[in-house]
Write a protein that binds this ligand. Sequence first.
Ligand SMILES: Nc1ncnc2c1ncn2[C@@H]1O[C@H](COP(=O)(O)OP(=O)(O)OP(=O)(O)O)[C@@H](O)[C@H]1O
Length: 293
Amino acid sequence: MLTRAYQHSLRGSHLAAGETLLDVDDVTLRFGGVTALRDVSFSVTEGHIHSIIGPNGAGKSSLLNCISGLYRPQEGQIRLQTAAAPGADGTAGKVSTHQLTTLPPHRIARLGVARSFQNIELFHAMSVLENLMLGRHIHMDHSVLKSLLWFGPARRQEIRHRHLVEEVIDLLNLQAVRNKPVGSLAYGIQKRVELGRALCLQPSLLLLDEPMAGMNAEEKEDMARFILDVHEMASVSVVLIEHDMNVVMDISHRISVLDFGALIADGTPAEVMANPAVIEAYLGAEDEEDSRG
Ligand SMILES: Nc1ncnc2c1ncn2[C@@H]1O[C@H](COP(=O)(O)OP(=O)(O)OP(=O)(O)O)[C@@H](O)[C@H]1O
């Protein structure tokens, strides 16, 4: 249920809901003798929260790094579909397919693939507002002259970016800390600022790498609610890596399960929960931890 009206769309994608947004096709990634991903294939649907789960070392972060271009798989393809904005008469925009495995990270970011990291990657001495404004850098016109002359188009541009950032602050309930240095904030709030910075990119796909790691139960609940808000109010598609099964089962439309670099299951939460290979992988991981003491 929408309670607030936002002027800017935080969603960068114009694909119709239900279309294939991301297609991971037979991806293999090796580091020397270690195969981090082995023939991994699955698709992410526009409009979904799609979780990637698996025991420690299963290859989840490596997969996210392949999608965002930080790692380049030796085999396979990762395709992102984008659509141009609809025409004035409402006709659907042209759909394009991009091979992410051939693009550097900054080009992938320009296509609207935004991510947060396992460890907080914010500028700690800068305020929340400044960190969020930095999330707009991809959309800013960096002409030196325009930035120096504070009028005309540069001023209008700055105001437009500022409005969008204010909407992200409102959506993520960051008003009370907007001018505080990020380094002075509680861990859970810093993670929320990181989510906000990724959102400021107006993503077509938001990649979240363990956004709730290290949080207490209350902070986790808040974060899950904010991810749902981002999805429901801004209609942003999300790929989420998360260890907390309750959260994953609660908020995901679809789940892909990795174990030792291979995809062992892919389906709805109910399908995945009932899959014997998934139960085996998780019980096996617990047994290993138990035997390690
Ligand atoms: N840069 C790298 N160099 C060498 N090996 C790597 C590198 N990145 C990942 N690996 C290896 O690839 C495998 C998968 O690691 P990855 O971090 O993707 O797993 P994960 O599922 O995200 O684990 P976790 O849940 O513990 O974060 C591991 O064996 C890891 O040691």
